[in-house]
Design a protein around this ligand. Sequence first.
Ligand code: NAD
Length: 480
Amino acid sequence: MNTTYDKLFIGGEWRAPLSTNRIDVTSASTEEAIGSVPEASEADVDAAVSAARAAFDDPAGWAHWSPDRRADAIEELATQLEIRAEEMARRVSAQNGMPITISSQLEGGFPLVVLRYYAGLLRSSSFEVEQPHIMGGTTVVRREPIGVVSAIAPWNYPQTLASFKHAPALAAGCTLVIKPSPETVLDAFLFAEAVAATSIPAGVVNVVPGGRDIGAYLVGHPDIDKVAFTGSTAAGRQIATLCGQLLRPVTLELGGKSAAIVLDDANLDLSVMGERLFESLLVNNGQTCYLGTRILAPDSRYDEVVDTLATFMSSLPVGDALDPGTMIGPMASRAHRDRVEGFIAKGKSDGARLIVGGGRPDRDKGWFVQPTLFAEVDNSSTIAQQEIFGPVLSVIRYSDTDDAVRIANDSDYGLGGTVWTSDPERGRSVARRVRTGTIGINRYMPDPGAPFGGVKDSGIGRELGPQSMDSYLVYKSIYA
Ligand code: NAD
């Protein structure tokens, strides 16, 4: 595989870039060069924002199309992505190491679900209501598209997380400039090809690949009306600072360090629960923001929880992300692998008990780390407090349910979480006590129809659900 592009998708056409800089893409599994694309310069971002602005300001344009017509075009985009789903999954897996079985479902499939959900929501939404004015007369309350959106995505689920932004923004009638992460650009060009094959007007969607400098330039561009960002908490703080100065609305989906609370009545039979545990603790090689990487286990079943997870983690096939038998692929980059290894070393030096893994699997190439399990982890230690973003789990002991809830909430983050129990009602009552934006009972799977996001250092605002489309709309009251 060597996928090369020479032009950027700006203003509905493939344009020669305004600089000669390029982004070279390397396979996380083989370390081989797999593609190259132009890197957007500030001048390219200016052109993209100006195209998005012109498309938004067009009096007969996208923002003014009827909801049904916009929904039709959004559904066309879903269809065009469906046609490219297999290639999309392959590109994502080759770049960031996501096992192909997972990228086929998520990167190839989830954006279609999200787009179709918003197309349906759009068809059933009303953007103008008339109500009595409390002082007499009538008030018309309108919801209007917020304008030009800058959407910045990370490398871990590049297409899914981009769809969390472009689908509700398009439904709302906004136009977009999307900046993918430099690690995952090849999928963004395939996405642009899908957009080009629809009736979505020129300039409504633009793609500017680049790193953090070009991201910061895009966030601060004077013609941007809203910023939607998914990425690290550190970058989120910088973006929030800039948006604060500019009084620019911003949605931030940031890091996590979620708790998986195993109650004393949990079913730990791996033949029943294995797949669910995998989805909520380890999916995408641990490179997933909401994973329950702090496993809270009751004293009464502590050893059993550790033994079960040790058996489970040792059984997961580690390999090339494009091999359908692989459950754990490599880290997305060498720098990220080094970072994960740094956390493993810190766990050992801080006195946690290494149960499984801790090193590199026996492979010549690729940025692999072994699935790693630590026991007797103190919740205040670095590996329990900081986001590792790799296949590294920590088992933390608790005495009773109040203690479990206290430990779960003793985190700077609040994005995901799970409760494992044989009693769903008990699960819900514990879930209600955890300070987090989302939480699952005996499973974890984001629902496109319900708000997704975090509290505390995990972010501001919500994606998915009607709430997300609302965040791309502004209210206007007309006192008629
Ligand atoms: P990152 O913050 O380094 O980069 C994310 C994106 O932002 C990239 O496109 C990057 O180029 C850009 N960027 C970085 N600094 C910027 C700045 N100052 N201004 C504008 N753009 C900037 O994160 P990453 O390493 O690519 O992704 C991993 C992180 O993303 C993890 O912390 C993870 O938890 C988080 N994440 C969160 C969610 C969520 O929904 N909450 C989902 C997935 C990933």
